[in-house]
Design a binder for this molecule. Structure first.
Ligand code: HEM
Ligand code: HEM
Length: 144
């Protein structure tokens, strides 16, 4: 199970980052151009939300079965002094959960009865922040 989940968790970010980048650029263009918030924008946000939630679920399981995080969890004090163990045990999960919360909030807020301009503004900010958080705490040396 571990290997299968690890592969899935490693493959999904390609899709997730592509859709997130696309959604971010689309919201910046729509915000600056004062475009209406269309069904296309909503679906884009929904696909992103689903990908992010699947990644959250897989990451949450991996956290308790992966040797990278369980060895850190066994001795938290020592893990905080080791940059790799600290990344897998604390920084990566925490920042990714924050990014997923931002993606979820952007989707949820854009369903509300507010102006298109405000919906695009929220998406620009939340998607932009999520992108920075994800890119900053991906374990680049193990990925790609
Ligand atoms: C750890 C697991 C998960 C947690 C904690 C979680 C949490 C949430 C929360 C809090 C919302 C509400 C967002 C709102 O305010 O509208 C939500 C919505 C949603 N989630 Fe998840 N989720 C998880 C896993 C999944 C998975 C595995 C999928 C799909 C395969 C999924 C699909 C969705 C969809 C489609 C919605 C939006 C429903 C709508 O249109 O309002 N989630 N989830
Ligand atoms: C946006 C969400 C996320 C992205 C883009 C992401 C991305 C990644 C990537 C690229 C790796 C390296 C995989 C490899 O070695 O090839 C990884 C590993 C890992 N991630 Fe995530 N992740 C996300 C969310 C999470 C969450 C929410 C958790 C835990 C709650 C988590 C826990 C882990 C663990 C434990 C590993 C180490 C797996 C291993 O090598 O044994 N991830 N993640």
């Amino acid at each position: 199970m571990y290997i299968g989940l690890k592969h899935l968790h490693s493959f999904l970010p390609y899709l997730l980052l592509t859709v997130l980048l696309f959604a971010f650029v689309k919201s910046v263009i729509a915000y600056r151009g004062q475009h209406p918030h269309t069904e296309g924008h909503r679906k884009n946000g929904l696909i992103l939300l689903i990908l992010a939630h699947i990644q959250l679920l897989i990451g949450g399981i991996l956290y308790f079965v992966s040797p990278m995080s369980t060895s850190g969890l066994n001795d938290l004090g020592a893990a905080m002094k080791d940059s790799t163990l600290r990344l897998y045990t604390l920084e990566h999960p925490l920042m990714m959960i924050l990014a997923i919360v931002l993606i979820t909030m952007a989707y949820s807020k854009s369903k509300k009865d507010i102006s298109s301009h405000l919906k695009h503004k929220i998406k620009c900010i939340y998607f932009g922040l999520a992108l920075v958080l994800i890119l900053s705490k991906i374990p680049w040396s193990a990925w790609l």
